[in-house]
Ligand binder design. Structure first.
Ligand SMILES: *[C@@H]1O[C@H](CO)[C@@H](O)[C@H](O)[C@H]1NC(C)=O
Ligand SMILES: *[C@@H]1O[C@H](CO)[C@@H](O)[C@H](O)[C@H]1NC(C)=O
Ligand SMILES: *[C@@H]1O[C@H](CO)[C@@H](O)[C@H](O)[C@H]1NC(C)=O
Length: 364
């Protein structure tokens, strides 16, 4: 009798273990791949293949990356593209320029098109990076390749289940913020943001037309608080102008996605307000485990923001207590905390749903 109960219990435990194993597999299988678009916040090595000044394939970049090596990430370690994949139980999507230069490239495991310096506008860092338009051109060849290898219907289904992660716009605004007064008078900030949003609308529509159905849009951070823009002010304050533009851009980008999802009921998205989320760390560093939210960890000059992070730059001893790695980019610690909120947080930081909810949406 007692033996039977023990036996029955172990059967139940085995059944439970099997059920939880299946549930884990089902969640992992629900998002087969991540396709990443954007700038240096998500570049995992595309710029290593370009003839450009915008590179990070040298120390001290990557000092906290597994193996302690520079990979082309503009960070001391991993970036948001890594953390998004990690939280989905997937390997980081490979850089497009690495895949496309290999024979028998497999695009079904995800592709990262992000390129340091890229903007919504082709004019931003022209010829120094892969602009968002060019990234989408590259993606259209990936789409055609998947359609050939998997068949049209299977490819469409695979892409509909995949996550399309986009982080773009910071470079456009930073360039504007650094422009001279005459340029700004000719093109007021509101008008500049409107023009960006007009382009972004077409770019998001192109991605939808090419099969994107689960979009993660990582909005722009408070770029006015990057050490680089702070350093421009005599008081080392954040650039209010640049931060206001980031807020306008984010609101408008979310409105575009909302409109698209109303028009196309099969489009789902999670919008992450990086600006609101990151301002918390900047305004109350200690509450979020940071000791330094103004100066860069790695660089030279005021706020370590006069000169980029290069092998001759200083770097801080504890990268986990700095919000910023170099004059523009967050540390791995910051990227990890932000991604965690994008996955499991709620409004006003991520809405209308978070990435966990987005990835759980069942696509037949
Ligand atoms: C930007 O570049 C893409 C090619 O990468 C091109 O198709 C597009 O027309 C360009 N846009 C503008 C406004 O020049
Ligand atoms: C580095 O900073 C983190 C975050 O504030 C802290 O938890 C950790 O203890 C620090 N490490 C050292 C060695 O001080
Ligand atoms: C976001 O994610 C978690 C699951 O990871 C969920 O429990 C939570 O309710 C979600 N937040 C909101 C606001 O829906």
């Amino acid at each position: 009798m007692g033996g039977n109960i023990v036996a029955a219990c172990s059967v139940a435990i085995v059944a439970l273990m099997a059920a939880s194993f299946l549930a884990t597999v089902a969640v992992a299988a629900s998002v087969p791949a991540v396709y990443v678009f954007g700038d240096s916040l998500a570049d995992v090595g595309n710029n290593n293949y370009l003839l450009t000044l915008l590179k990070a394939d040298f120390s001290h970049n990557g000092m906290d990356y597994p193996g302690g090596k520079a990979t082309g990430r503009f960070s001391n370690g991993k970036n948001s593209a890594d953390f998004i994949a990690e939280k989905l139980g997937l390997a980081t999507s490979a850089p497009y320029l690495a895949l496309s230069s290999s024979r028998n490239a497999n695009y079904a495991n995800g592709v990262n098109f992000a390129s340091g310096g890229a903007g919504v506008s082709n004019a931003t860092n022209k010829d120094q990076c892969i602009s968002l338009d060019r990234q989408i051109d590259y993606y259209s060849t990936v789409y055609a390749s998947l359609a050939r290898s998997l068949g049209q219907d299977q490819a469409a289904n695979h892409l509909a289940k995949s996550i399309f992660a986009i982080t773009i716009g910071s470079n456009d605004i930073i360039h504007y913020a650094r422009a001279n007064t005459a340029t700004k008078l000719r093109n007021p900030s509101q008008q500049f943001v409107d023009t960006l949003i007009q382009s972004l609308t077409g770019q998001l529509q192109s991605l939808y037309n090419l099969g994107a159905r689960k979009v993660v849009f990582l909005g722009m951070g408070p770029v006015g608080c990057t050490p680089s823009l702070r350093e421009l002010s005599s008081t080392k304050d954040c650039s209010a102008e640049a931060n206001a533009m980031a807020v306008q851009y984010n609101m408008a980008a979310e409105t575009v996605l909302r409109g698209m999802s109303t028009q196309h009921t099969d489009l789902h998205y999670a919008f992450f307000d990086s600006s609101a989320a990151l301002l918390q760390y900047i305004n109350q560093p200690a509450a979020y485990g940071f000791a330094e939210a103004k100066a860069a960890c790695c660089g030279l000059g005021d706020l370590n923001a006069k000169i980029a992070c290069t092998p001759v730059s200083h770097y801080c001893s504890n990268r986990s207590d700095h919000v910023f790695w170099d004059f523009y980019h967050p540390t791995e610690a910051t990227a990890q905390k932000l991604t965690a909120t994008a996955f499991d947080g709620s409004a006003p930081f991520v809405f209308p749903i978070n990435i966990s909810q987005l990835s759980a949406i069942y696509i037949d």
